[in-house]
Structures are given as structure tokens and as C-alpha cells.
Design a binder for this molecule. Sequence first.
Ligand code: C2O
Length: 345
Amino acid sequence: SKPALPDFKDCIEATQPNGTPINCCPPPLVDEVTDYCPCATTVNIRKAAQSFTVDSDYYKKYSKAIQKMKNLALSDPRNFLQQANVHCAYCDGGYTQQGHPNLLYEIHNSWLFFPWHRWFVYFFEKICQNLIDDDTFALPFWNWDAPAGMQIPPIYNSGVTSPLYDTLRNPKHLPPSVVNLEWFNDDATVEPEVQIKYNLAIMYRQMITQSKTQIDFFGNPIRDGDDVPKISASGTIEITPHNHMHSWTGTSVDPNNPINMGVFYSAARDPIFSAHHTNIDRLWTIWLNQLKGTNITDPDWLNAYFIFYNEEAKPVRVRIQDGLDITRLGYAYEEVPIPWLDASA
Ligand code: C2O
């Protein structure tokens, strides 16, 4: 068997979940794709988003980086909307599989989920660093798995003029609304303290009780020639809280018409997307370090690769196996309390 690989050269029109076509191809490849070496020699700490106020220097830097991304020409793949398109094209059928023009490529609902999104936020962070000329900058993580982070963090909610704000969030879920990690388009009437307890129990269930094996946690293998929609199965965390937090954040009052975060083609148009995904990435590290999980050793996972645009707008090839040691990627996560570790209900 061989790894499933995207045919990055030929981006095609993607399809939104409601069937509407959408052209979300990032700018076409001009430069030759080169192999990328993640060989960081220093480590930046990604911190919990709730620890920053809108008066902080951090907020100033971060919002400046995002504003600059938004201001880049659309022909530049580092442009904010084009970054959202990179995500869209990889998940709504923008690419076929290499060697299988009739099979669509997809980075959700399988073992590609954790590594692809790790690399996505990695380059997103590199682009931020580059635009503000500060290679110590690190993205924050949305710590929705702990009570201190169970609301939209203040830095993402400081008004329409903030580059970190998105008007297309569910108005009922703005602060002080407490997140519901398993939201089913229903707004329960439980008290915030009760919702917090539910959330911790959900985390315990998803990270511990139901994540005993690699397949549980990472999702099904996808190999060369697999018809992804037919055999796909997501890992525990990908479904809950990952998918549910997308819907909770971005589903409008009309559940049939989800907005930015609520649907994959547009999810990364909300700046909170990268903080949602740094937290997902952090949970991967917790599963390995605190919960004694292990990474997949199957060569079809290790050798699978993706193409991203780096901070210089050049296309680079990254293999899953090169992204497994985050020290080499130059980041680590701030240690914050993990109250769900003993929240068995
Ligand atoms: Cu590719 Cu959170 O989704």
C-alpha cells in the first residue's frame, strides 16, 4: 500500500456541503515545490488565549499580523482569505488524489486530521511572524477544555474594528455564553456551572474513556486509492469537541445556513479558527504525554505529505513524520490546569 496524496497541481472547484460549488483554489503553483525542513533551534510558547487582554502588547502584535495578512494582495497565498481557501480546497474537494483523478482528497474524517491541521497552523503562525518581523511570535490556543477558556476569549471579541473579530458568529454565543462542547443546534437552559461540568465530563470521555486505541483517537487510515467518503471515520476528538465547537461558534440563528466557523469552506475566515486548532493540536500532545498514547507508525501515515505555502509564499512539501516532534517545529504549549483529567462522571 501507499499513502494517499493530494494532487496539488490541479485545484478544481470545490463543493459546499449544501451542494453549491465554490471556487476556493489558492493562487496556482508557479514556483517549484521544495521539501521543507522543520529545524527550529528555539521554542516559542503558545499560550492560552484568555490570558491576554485587549490592552496587551501581545494583542497589538497579533492583531497587526492578522491585519497585514488581510491587507496582502489576493494573488499572495499568504493573504488571509487565501489561507482560508487553502483549508477549503483541502476539505471540500478542491483536490483529487494523485494518480486517481476520480477520487477526491479530503483531510477530515481520518488519520490525516491531526497532522494536516498542525501544519496548517504552523505555516499560518510563520506567516504572522514574517509579517510583523518577529520570529518569537506564537499563536494562542483557545483553551475551551478548561473553565477559564470556556467562552470566546476577549481578544477575539473586542468589536467590529478588531482584525481578530468576526461578525459571522452566533450572536447567542458571544461572551458570557459558556461553550457547549457537544452542541447540537440547541441552546440548553442549564446554568453555566452545570455546562462547565458537562464539558469536563465530555473531555474525559473523549480523551480517555473512548480514546483507548490509535484508531479511536486519530481516526481511520486513508491510503492511496481509498474512496474517502466511503471508508472515513473520524477520531473521537475530531467529532467532539472539534466539529461541535465549529458549529457552536459559527452556526447562525438559521441552522441550515451556517456561517464562517460553522462550515468548513469558510471556517478559517474567522481568526479564531487557528486558536481552535492550536487547542486541538495541544490535545494531541496531551494524549501522547499525559495519557500515554502513541503516534501511528504505519508508513502510509508517516510518509503522507501535504503542500503548503510558507512564510515566503513559496510552496513546500511537508511529510507527516517531519511534524511529529514539535520542538523541531519550534513551539510548545503553556502548561495550564487540565481539570478534565479526573472528571470521570
Ligand atoms: Cu479542517 Cu476545524 O477544521
